[in-house]
Design a binder for this molecule. Structure first.
Ligand code: 5GP
Length: 141
């Protein structure tokens, strides 16, 4: 089974082109990290490669090799910022697996013992809350 072609009208491609805003956390030549607007827990962020791929299945392994260290960097910062017990990393491939935005991204979600996650792609968070949480993560980077 083949992976469908990348389409550059997806929301993360628009964020990368600066066509829509995002609460940004970190950027380098290859990657961008920003807050998820529908967080499953406080501090939920996304790391994306700048290079286009639909998901993990069609990604260039060299792009993955440059992205994972940034996922680690942001996971450590999010854990520190929220004094979390653990960090959940998630990545979905194709709609059957839960993917809703078709530009490769890694979810980074700080977790606390006993805390129940909110639903995936649930309600929009208040922008002031997202900005305050982003400030905590930036300070921990
Ligand atoms: P997926 O289901 O594709 O793994 O996850 C897509 C994620 O993107 C969801 O967690 C959803 O909350 C988030 N998301 C959807 N639209 C936007 C947006 O416009 N901006 C940001 N920052 N996140 C988004």
């Amino acid at each position: 089974m083949t992976t469908p072609a990348y389409e550059d009208d997806n929301i993360f491609a628009k964020i990368l082109r600066g066509e829509i805003p995002a609460v940004k956390l970190y950027e380098d030549d290859d990657t961008l990290a920003f807050m998820d607007v529908m967080p499953q827990a406080p501090g939920h962020l996304l790391v994306i490669p700048k290079s286009p791929s639909r998901n993990l299945l069609d990604a260039d392994p060299e792009v993955l090799a440059r992205t994972i260290p940034v996922v680690q960097k942001l996971a450590k910062a999010a854990r520190k910022a929220f004094d979390a017990d653990g960090v959940f990393i998630a990545q979905f491939n194709e709609p059957a697996a839960g993917q809703t935005v078709f530009h490769l991204h890694f979810h980074v979600i700080p977790r606390h013992e006993g805390q129940v996650l909110k639903p995936h792609s649930g309600g929009m968070e208040d922008m002031d809350v997202l900005k305050a949480n982003a400030e905590k993560i930036r300070a921990a980077l």
